[in-house]
Design a protein around this ligand. Structure first.
Ligand code: NAD
Length: 492
């Protein structure tokens, strides 16, 4: 089987590293490709940075209106190829075909938003700040930028950064997750068709920790965008900033969701189940700790169990499948271990998705929807990002106690409330200690115009991905103060 190539300086090139690891379909363990993985991938990073530095000289001088033109073509190519991209995401990542295409739609929306960069980059001018003196601010590109992506959204996440970075006049390097590199290979086939880009403007390098460290240490790289687990996000932020780079590092999550007794229970249960079990729970915005408030008759609980039971599990390209496998056999073992741990800690399994058998896909990493009730508040399960299809269901008797629980969370990626009371909703959005808030929304994923706004251990940095934050991250401000005194003017 062919080893995946890098895309550097406008061409597909072999990695200098001959060691590889397999890219595996999580539904059946089929090997889909071999990806370079080892110390020598650092040489690939050096080549990509050299190409990106060269391309930058020309690109940053292009007018911004010219720099966004390739994005219009890219949007069209992504739309024309959305089925193929969706198929690849499902094959390597496991989620359902519907989810995969929805992911690509979010990527396209970021390309569309970045097409507004000529306006978004516009800046400020003050005439006569002091007598005869004008002052203005301009935004200039920061230089060579890099993105390091996680496995769970192989098509979308690089687009939180890439279109803004290049529209702002930077060059770019993407390092996809070694678990799911095939989607970006296809995206780069499309990028290769964009005639107006200088060679080397956008590059793709494969690998794991050695290539990430090479990106973090290379003096020519000025900005790093990372998305992944909190442990690695913290490391990326520390090492990147110690090397003088700007870094935005989005981390993991453990998202609480409160259901009030006044919520529309049937619809709420369906939306909550979509949040917990969509993408098999492998979403940084998956709700996982569900707090039913004053559910004295167990109405919310019963509706949640029913909604969870309705989820169809299987191979994501098969018709009608809503939930695919988790990414690796190790993940399945880890998640099943956490379910066991939760039960050891005193929880009752209302649904136990371990030992799932899917006919025709017996080797797949499947776990069916699981609900643990009364999980210990001081235990491991309630505080750990499980990243699998597991709901912890808690009962509390007031919204105040529920909000207090929400705010004890170390993460801060998302917090949600389901209610028909505007008063409760207003109090919640004001007090919740998280950066993305859902009111009667189960997956509060900001649209491309808004920052993807994680807080606390879910984010390290200042400016998030997407929208105006991305424009600010990928530009540096320059303030010019100037005067043209009449008396200094030479007569001729
Ligand atoms: P991960 O942290 O294991 O890997 C992410 C990237 O970092 C990969 O490209 C990987 O090659 C690299 N990497 C891994 N270990 C490294 C190390 N020790 N040193 C340097 N680089 C390293 O994350 P993952 O398992 O691919 O993705 C799942 C995680 O991402 C979850 O925690 C999820 O919540 C999080 N996530 C967060 C967001 C967000 O917006 N906050 C979005 C999606 C995913």
């Amino acid at each position: 089987m062919e080893v995946l190539k890098n895309y550097i300086n406008g061409s597909w090139v072999e990695s200098g590293e001959h060691q590889t690891i397999d890219v595996i379909n999580p539904a059946n363990q089929e090997v889909l490709g071999k990806v370079p993985y080892g110390e020598k991938t650092t040489g690939d990073v050096d080549s990509a940075v050299a190409a990106a530095s060269e391309a930058l000289k020309q690109w940053r001088e292009f007018p911004v209106m010219k720099r966004v033109q390739p994005l219009y073509k890219l949007k069209q190519l992504l739309e024309e190829n959305i089925d193929e991209l969706g198929r690849l995401i499902t094959l390597e990542c496991g989620k359902s075909f519907v989810e995969s295409k929805a992911e690509m739609q979010r990527a396209i929306e970021n390309v569309e938003t970045a097409c507004a960069t000529p306006t978004l980059m516009q800046s400020e001018f003050s005439e006569n700040v002091a007598t005869g003196i004008d002052e203005f601010m301009i935004r200039q590109p920061v230089g060579v930028c890099a993105c390091i992506a996680p496995f769970n959204f192989p098509g979308m996440i690089p687009f939180w950064f890439l279109p803004y970075a290049i529209a702002c006049g930077n060059s770019f390097i993407i390092k996809p997750s070694e678990k799911v590199p095939l989607t970006m290979m296809k995206v780069f086939e499309l990028i290769d068709q964009l005639d107006d880009l200088p060679k080397g403007l956008i590059n793709l390098v494969h690998g794991g920790k050695p290539s990430v460290d090479a990106l973090l240490d290379h003096p020519e790289i000025k900005a790093v965008s990372f998305v992944g687990s909190t442990r690695v996000a913290r490391y990326i932020y520390q090492r990147g900033t110690a090397n003088g780079k700007r870094v935005q590092a989005q981390g993991g999550a453990k998202n609480p969701l409160i259901v009030m007794p006044d919520a529309d229970i049937e619809i709420t249960a369906r939306v909550v189940a979509d949040s917990v079990y969509g993408c098999a729970g492998q979403r940084c915005l998956a709700a996982s700790n569900i707090i039913a408030v004053a559910d004295t008759k167990g109405v919310i609980k019963e509706a949640l169990v029913e909604a969870a039971k309705q989820k169809t599990t299987g191979f994501g390209l098969d018709e009608g499948i809503e939930m695919g496998p988790v990414i690796t056999a190790e993940s399945k073992t880890r998640i099943e271990g956490l379910i066991a741990k939760g039960i050891d800690e005193g929880a009752t399994p209302l649904l136990d998705g371990r030992n799932a058998k899917i006919s025709g896909y017996e080797k797949g990493n499947f776990i069916k929807p699981t609900i643990l009730e009364n999980v210990a508040l001081d235990g491991e399960v309630i505080n750990t990002e499980i990243f699998g299809p597991v709901m912890s269901l808690l009962q509390m008797d007031s919204i105040e106690k529920a909000i207090d629980f929400v705010n004890r969370n170390n993460y801060g990626n998302m917090a949600c409330l389901f209610t028909t009371s505007g008063l409760n909703a207003r109090m919640f959005r004001n007090q919740a200690n998280a950066g993305n808030i859902g009111i009667n929304i189960g997956v509060a994923a900001p649209m491309a115009q808004f920052p993807f706004s994680g807080w606390n251990d879910s984010f390290f940095g200042d400016l998030h991905g997407q929208g105006r934050h991305a424009i600010e991250f990928f530009t540096q401000t320059k303030v010019v103060i100037e005067r043209w005194p009449k008396e200094w003017t030479r007569k001729f």
